[in-house]
Design a protein around this ligand. Sequence first.
Ligand code: ZN
Length: 147
Amino acid sequence: MTERAYKVYSISSGTVIDHIPTPLALRVVEILGLGNEGILTIGMGFTSKRLPEGKDIVKIENKVLTRDETDMIALIAPEATINIIEGGKVIEKRRISLPDGIRGVMRCPNPNCATNVLGAQRVFGLASPEGPLYRCRYCERTTKVEP
Ligand code: ZN
């Protein structure tokens, strides 16, 4: 990252999600359920050596996301990197991995599933990292997660 980009997008404390493939930043914000918790900055289409199609950056000021929260990002952007900032310095660089379980967010593809018919809470468990595939806890139907 150039010094100018760093200055423009630096925050003194919070969470920076970097290396999100363009244009998935808005999906990341959606999957994290953010939007009503202070200052959120979204930058899209930065040049990146690692991501030739360009990268997006999401910056959440004054909020440190938990590991469970940041792992949700792996569903759509497994190559994303997480920087936790405190006092203007990066205090943690976090790698993300697929969550073992997901609540909400996804919908079961089975129209007769209790989650669709009765409005039962949607809970999925990781079935395979390829895809990745998640299995509905109610009807066992698997769903492929796609950005
Ligand atoms: Zn189901």
